[in-house]
Design a protein around this ligand. Structure first.
Ligand SMILES: [Zn+2]
Length: 319
């Protein structure tokens, strides 16, 4: 093959390279022009990318700036604890009487909606008024604890349609909401006071207790010193809770205190024995019945009341 022939063969490859070069040059130029046009038309496209960082930062700042609202101190609102079932119900023997002993806790709206247990233990003053009005207008007679004790011991009888109204824990709403209603309908009641809590926070003050005691409508009895589960205590601590609460109430009121209610309704044979030794004549628990017997005198049953009980149910319970 001569030189001319070789050139002729090479010529088409040379042309192809030139065409490819031209094509890529045009493509790059076109891309540059397009990008420039886009940038000119929408400069915010790029500025948005850099601006997004401060937005996130400002969001974070907002989160940290949100100062948490001050939480109420745990002691500010007493917490209602669910009542555990008593482990032991005393045997029924001896004389027995029929008497619904109703027990209430809070007479007012639940000030701590997070505390769900308290909902069932709270009754509004309006609903409480309906219940007391029903008792008053339907021939019911309110009985005191000494009257119940006398009946169980055969030393006296109970009136017709008897009912006992009891209030646990000595919350201040008893004085503010319940007492005016009880006085309006002239109904007697018993209030069980944890003496170590009285006079502080949402609990009754001693002058309020004394004022109500002087009317003769409310009988104040013991409910331990610190509202503790008595079954769980050592013997020394158990005796302290029983003896000191009785002493304190007698000192403040100036008359004997002979009855008590178990915190959380919790008691057993050891507790009953200690209660008797401490000088109490009888105590109430939270197991449910309308029938009381001498054999159960250190753990008498009561009927739980609260916002969950309708007026119709209330009428059934007091029968
Ligand atoms: Zn209690």
């Amino acid at each position: 093959m001569d030189k001319i022939s070789r050139r002729r063969i090479k010529k088409p490859a040379h042309r192809l390279r030139l065409t490819l070069y031209g094509f890529f040059s045009a493509l790059i130029t076109l891309t540059v022009v397009l990008l420039t046009l886009i940038l000119l038309a929408k400069p915010s496209l790029f500025s948005n990318i850099s601006a997004s960082t401060p937005t996130i930062k400002s969001n974070l700042t907002n989160i940290t700036l949100e100062t948490p609202s001050p939480k109420p101190t745990p002691t500010a609102i007493p917490t209602a604890k669910p009542t555990p079932k008593p482990l032991l119900i005393p045997q029924s023997y001896g004389r027995s009487v029929h008497l619904p002993i109703l027990y209430y806790h809070y007479i007012g709206n639940n000030p701590n909606p997070a505390d769900k247990a308290r909902d069932s233990l709270s009754i509004t003053p309006d609903r409480f008024t309906e219940e007391m009005k029903y008792l008053s207008e339907n021939g019911y007679h309110t009985v005191t604890y000494p009257e119940l004790y006398a009946a169980l011991k055969g030393q006296g009888g109970l009136p017709s349609k008897p009912v006992m109204l009891s209030f646990d824990d000595g919350y201040i709403d008893f004085y503010i909401n319940a007492f005016p209603i009880l006085r309006q309908y002239n109904l007697k009641s018993v209030a069980f006071i944890p003496t170590g809590k009285a006079g502080s926070g949402f609990y009754l003050h001693w002058d309020q207790i004394k004022e109500m005691d002087s009317t003769g409508l409310v009988d104040f009895e013991a409910h331990s010193v610190d509202h503790v589960n008595l079954q769980s205590l050592s013997q020394d601590k158990l005796v302290f809770q029983l003896v000191e609460s009785k002493k304190r109430l007698e000192l403040e009121l100036g008359h004997p205190v002979k009855f008590m209610a178990y915190p959380y309704g919790s008691s057993d044979e050891r507790v009953w024995e200690a209660v008797k030794k401490a000088g109490y004549l009888s105590a109430v628990g939270t197991w449910s019945s309308n029938i009381h017997s001498e054999g159960q005198i250190y753990d008498l049953p009561r009927i739980r009341m609260g916002g969950a009980v309708s007026l119709e149910q209330f009428k059934q319970k007091v029968q």
